[in-house]
Ligand binder design. Structure first.
Ligand SMILES: *Cc1c(COP(=O)(O)O)cnc(C)c1O
Length: 465
């Protein structure tokens, strides 16, 4: 399997190059040359596999000539850090709603699933090539700690993570800043997540800088992250299939369109109809739900802070991947649309609405609804969800049709204790990994949202040769 850019400007490259490149050199995002699909006959065999063995089957459809034994080893090491033997267990709540728990990794959020694998992949590739890399990423909260845990202490890798100062939850900030390994650099930017992300994008777009420091991406534009997430959609579907279900919807709390795009790849991978629709759930930052419901992808005002901060985004960085399929895999159309979007802040896609609404249903969920949903699920099912998960559950309740819906539980409720407290009137008991954080030493540089200042900081602390 080889990889191309959504903007059509690079010659096809191998999987390992795609992983190391992150953003394509023409400014586009990397995608497989063609999306694989599997035969219905395979499902019976696949539905008895462990998470790790299923991951091996799914990933090997995309990883080209990476030796199977090496991939097997990488997967085993990535998921040995998870606290649950099934990695992503499926819970039944009731009324046809299921919860897929994606938060059993080291930082208690779903991004561990991708980043534990990516950290291992980076180390593997660098060992093979004798190279080094400097990872730079922006986070609205969870990506940062999951990325840091993915590469802390690894040889040949330094990591710089920018987060919006004071806009993550206190625990999210501590999860990052208490990792004091010598290869970890936390930068708190005075600004929003989008400011931080724009700085990262600017650094990556400077190709001389990118080459000299071997910049690596770890945010959700890295193809390997999307790929790792495809697995749990297939895993959850197969679990339900084993109990006689032949078609499901997934409800996905969405920010950067990464997780839900993985769902789209899973939908294309599985036989027609297995995954019927993806329910796209946003908070008040609703660019994506407006796109699905109104056919226009357009920036509206400032980022609104909510109780689900990992979804407080203005522009969804993975949206371009879906756009590529909407525009019939034509890189030059994608390039033109993205350039016009950069200039005007809007993209009219109403002509694709029928297709879009076959793939997705969408709803924006308000703060009041989010808190009320945490309370309702707790009272009715004696099960505690975090505010991101609640956004997805509320959208599922509103948009559910006559088939089961699997709601992705993207974070442990204790990570967002304030919102949960507000909903149920009780403090959430902190799991031991979180309870000890405030006593640990921490390290972080607070800086203005100024690209030159941050470039200088990176130069000063980066690995070189
Ligand atoms: C990142 C994140 C999301 C959104 O995922 P995207 O891939 O950006 O759509 C949802 N919930 C939590 C807890 C997250 O950390």
């Amino acid at each position: 399997m080889r990889y191309i850019s959504t903007r059509g400007g690079i010659a096809p490259i191998a999987f390992d190059q795609a992983v190391m490149m992150g953003l394509a050199r023409d400014g586009g995002l990397l995608l497989p040359e063609r999306l694989p699909s599997i035969e219905p006959a395979l499902l019976n065999a696949w539905q008895t596999l462990s998470y790790q063995n299923l991951a091996l089957e799914v990933l090997s459809l995309f990883t080209g000539d990476l030796p199977r034994a090496d991939l097997d080893d990488l997967i085993d090491r990535a998921y040995s850090s998870f606290r649950h033997p099934q990695v992503t267990p499926l819970r039944i709540t009731g009324d046809g709603l299921y919860i897929l728990e994606l938060f059993h990794g080291p930082t208690l959020a779903f991004k561990d699933i991708a980043l534990q694998l990516l950290g291992n992949l980076f180390e593997y590739e660098l060992k093979k090539s004798g190279g080094f890399m400097n990872i730079i990423g922006a986070t609205s909260g969870d990506t940062g700690s999951a990325a840091i845990y993915g590469v802390r202490g690894r040889k040949g890798i330094n990591i710089f993570i920018l987060h919006p100062h004071g806009r993550t939850s206190p625990i999210q900030a501590l999860q990052m800043t208490t990792v004091t390994d010598a290869n970890v650099f936390n930068i708190a930017v005075r600004g929003t997540f989008d400011d931080a992300q724009a700085i990262v994008k600017t650094l990556f777009s400077d190709l001389a800088f990118k080459d000299k420091y071997q910049l690596g991406a770890i945010n959700s534009i890295n193809w390997a992250r999307v790929l790792a997430q495809v697995v749990y959609y297939v895993f959850a579907f197969l679990k339900l299939r084993k109990s006689g279900v032949d078609s499901v919807d997934f409800s996905v709390p969405t920010g950067n369109f990464g997780d839900i795009f993985a769902g789209y790849v899973a939908k294309r991978l599985l036989p027609e109809g297995c995954i019927n629709r993806l329910i796209l759930a946003t908070n008040a930052n609703d660019i994506l739900s407006r796109f699905v419901n109104q056919g226009e992808y357009s920036i509206a005002g400032e980022v609104v802070p909510t109780s689900s901060p990992s979804m407080d985004i203005q522009i969804a960085s993975n949206f371009e991947r879906y756009l590529y399929y909407l525009l019939h895999e034509d890189g030059s159309s994608v390039k033109a649309e993205m350039e016009s979007f950069a200039a005007t802040g809007r993209m009219d896609l109403a002509r694709f609405q029928e297709q879009v609404q076959r793939d997705f249903a969408a709803r924006a969920v308000s703060e009041e609804e989010t808190i009320a949903t945490i309370r309702q699920v707790y009272e009715e099912y004696d099960y505690l969800i975090d505010p991101h998960t609640a956004v997805g559950v509320k959208a599922a309740q509103e948009l559910k049709q006559d088939r089961p819906v699997v709601c992705l539980a993207t974070a442990h409720p204790a990570k967002f204790g304030e919102a949960v407290q507000k909903a149920i009137g009780k403090d959430v008991e902190l799991p031991p990994v979180l309870a000890g954080l405030s006593k640990l030493e921490s390290r972080c540089s607070v800086m203005d949202a100024d690209v030159e200042q941050i470039r200088a900081y990176v130069q000063q602390h980066a690995l070189l040769g």
